[in-house]
Design a protein around this ligand. Structure first.
Ligand code: T4K
Length: 374
């Protein structure tokens, strides 16, 4: 049987991409702010309801450059419940991550715990809109304003997410997106930073292009993090179809929800009612005591049947060797994140996931729940 992965990237009709590729062959502009780059930037700003956006070769470099652009130093308060790139971006900037626990419902950085983690060296907060679920942006901003801190949102999962009809990307000083192949919207590899003024946009563009201000002037120790024309062309083609893709994903998610109702010890993660979800992931939580099986037993059972779910996010970032020795990384500092990391399982979710496969996945989960422990 064909293996089923946690996701299967959406792709535009091949002919649409090829048509755009032909233009690259004609122009011979392969990268460095070519016509597709500039077009995608405009289209995305409009689509996402943001004023300024800067495209990047991937989300990780975008995070690294975002921290550079705001000249963040010292310590930054962040969540351990994320993909490791969130904290690595701090490490690459010589910044000390300070891990703070998450809220058990939203699975995002818990604002009530942030203040206790602030020290004289704290310069910023780096929360993540996990699975596209918006953080408590007002509460976080209040703390940031009180202590004079910057806020950079890791919005890698939050393409097109709105709360009360407003893009979630407009909060904080900067928001960073990922357009990796596994995301709801992809440019193969790719990312972006949303900012609020043209000066910052210019700074970000310079930093992502070696620091060049013009042909002979370098104003900062920049890096190379530009999006190339092949990525941008993919982005343009994908943008035409992304609404349809999200709709298909939402149908799959709804079906899962209907079928997974009422299973003891299995909780489906829920987005608040006022959020327009992009259905980037389908996380469930397995409470081993009530479910009768551990999350890892379920994961293995699915895997043995060709279903490759993912434990996003396990292990916690704070448990990786680079960060384990930090005071804030101690499990007793992070009880909620530690528990959730043991329970979470992201089920396959993608536009083309067939009903038959979905029924098979649900069947396996139910069989696990019903198998007596022996
Ligand atoms: N911040 C957050 C909160 C993030 O989640 C991420 C990335 C970042 C920052 C950094 O952004 P980028 O620098 O990546 O733009 C994946 C992705 O590589 C990563 O982008 C993503 N988060 C993370 C949550 O998941 P893996 O190691 O689980 O991916 P991988 O390659 O195992 O893919 C999962 C499954 O998807 C595969 O088993 C098969 C399928 N797949 C994957 C790819 C790449 C395909 O069918 N085709 C493909 O091309 O990390």
């Amino acid at each position: 049987m064909k293996p089923i992965y946690v996701t299967s990237p959406s792709l535009p009709p091949l002919s649409e991409y090829v048509e755009l590729l032909e233009k690259i062959w004609q122009s011979k502009q392969l990268t460095n702010y070519g016509p597709f780059h500039e077009e995608l930037e405009k289209e995305l700003a409009q689509k996402l309801g943001v004023e300024h956006i800067v495209l990047f070769s991937n989300g990780t470099l975008a995070l690294i450059v975002a921290l550079q652009a705001l000249r963040i130093t010292g310590e930054v308060i962040t969540t351990p419940y994320s993909f490791v790139a969130t904290t690595h971006a701090l490490h690459w900037n010589g910044i000390k991550p300070v891990f703070c626990d998450i809220d058990p419902t939203s699975l995002n950085l818990d604002p009530a715990r942030i203040e206790a983690a602030i020290t004289p060296r704290t310069t910023a907060i780096l929360p993540v809109h996990v699975y596209g679920n918006p953080c408590e942006v007002e509460a976080i901003q209040r703390i940031a304003d009180t202590y004079g801190l910057k806020v950079i949102y890791d919005a890698a999962h939050a393409f097109g997410v709105e709360r009360e009809g407003q893009s979630i990307l407009n909060f904080g000083d900067l928001s960073v997106l990922s357009f990796h192949a596994t995301k709801t919207y992809n440019t193969i590899e790719g990312g972006a930073i949303v900012c609020h003024d043209p000066k910052m946009k210019l700074r970000l563009r310079r930093l992502q292009n070696f620091g060049f201000a013009d042909e002979t002037t370098v104003v900062a120790p920049g890096i190379n993090a530009k999006m190339n024309e092949f990525q941008a062309a993919m982005g343009i083609a994908q943008l035409r179809h992304v609404d349809g893709e999200i709709q298909k994903r939402s149908r799959v998610a709804l079906r899962y929800r209907e079928l997974l109702r009422g299973i003891d010890g299995l909780t489906v993660f829920r987005m608040p009612e006022n959020v327009r979800d992009n259905h980037s992931y389908f996380p469930i939580l397995i409470d081993a005591k009530l479910f009768g099986r551990t999350r890892d037993q379920v994961y293995e059972r699915l895997k043995a049947n060709g279903i490759f779910s993912r434990r996003y996010f396990y292990p916690l970032i704070s448990n990786f060797s680079t960060y384990r020795e930090l005071d804030s990384a101690k499990p007793e500092n992070l009880p909620v994140a530690s528990r959730i990391a043991e329970q979470v399982l992201c089920l396959p979710l993608f536009a083309e996931l067939e009903e038959e496969t979905l029924l098979r996945i649900v069947g396996l989960l139910k069989a696990e729940a019903e198998t007596p422990i022996g």
